[in-house]
Design a binder for this molecule. Structure first.
Ligand SMILES: [Zn+2]
Length: 223
């Protein structure tokens, strides 16, 4: 069984590659994401390459092999089902569950995970709006875009919050912007770098571009 360090690296390579157009992930970006010095990341990546989980080009960067991607999706599946379980069944606050899932994702058995999944009625998305890979390793591709790139008058549904920082998540929750919420972009002010959003019950909230960039939405056609 892969160690939790191996699982964390493979998962992080997958997540970092999601946010890039390029095929190869630079070592520096991986080291920063893992919060280690580049030497540490390089040593680990060489071990991963020996296990056949990644391909590593010393001057180019890293890419997951098919086996590496399969492991990454498996870890993400565990992580996201655990988050859904902690929120929906145990009633934990959604801003707190990421840290718990980081630990539990490495120890939960397939048997327990499958029971959690069944009890939750096979959810497609976790509480942050991230798609949950199937046990076959399929994952929904979503046409989502940052709130900041919407236009005035656009209708959208909050799809995902890309920042897992508990304080940011609590801020988002206080303003009622959790995934699944239907919103209306009432005005976009590029000069002030802010966006005003109308929520259900005629609530409005103004977000700076920094916060709005971390909120991803699925465009929605009314009706
Ligand atoms: Zn999480």
């Amino acid at each position: 069984m892969p160690t939790s360090t191996v699982e964390n690296y493979v998962k992080q390579i997958y997540l970092q590659q999601q946010s890039r157009a390029a095929d190869l992930l630079p070592m520096g970006q991986l080291a920063a994401a893992m919060n280690v010095v580049p030497g540490t990341a390089t040593a680990m990546v060489k071990t991963l390459a020996e296990s056949g989980l990644v391909e590593y080009e010393p001057r180019g960067g890293i890419r997951l092999t098919e086996g590496g991607a399969r492991l990454a999706l498996h870890v993400l599946r565990r992580h996201r089902i655990i988050e859904a379980f902690l929120v929906d069944v145990l009633g934990l606050d959604w801003s707190q569950v990421h840290e718990e899932a980081e630990l539990l994702e490495h120890v939960v058995s397939d048997k327990v995970l499958d029971r959690m999944d069944a009890l939750l009625n096979h959810p497609q998305y976790d509480p942050h709006g991230d798609p949950i890979p199937t046990s076959q390793g399929d994952i929904a591709e979503q046409a989502i875009l940052p709130l900041m790139s919407c236009k005035s008058g656009d209708q959208a549904i909050v799809a995902r919050v890309s920042d897992q920082d508990p304080e940011f998540l609590q801020y988002i929750e206080r303003h009622g912007l959790v995934p699944g919420t239907q919103i209306n972009v009432s005005s976009l002010n590029t000069l002030a770098d802010s966006v005003e959003v109308r929520l259900p019950k005629d609530k409005t909230v103004v977000l700076g571009s920094n916060a709005a960039a971390k909120i991803l939405v699925r465009p929605h056609i009314a009706g």
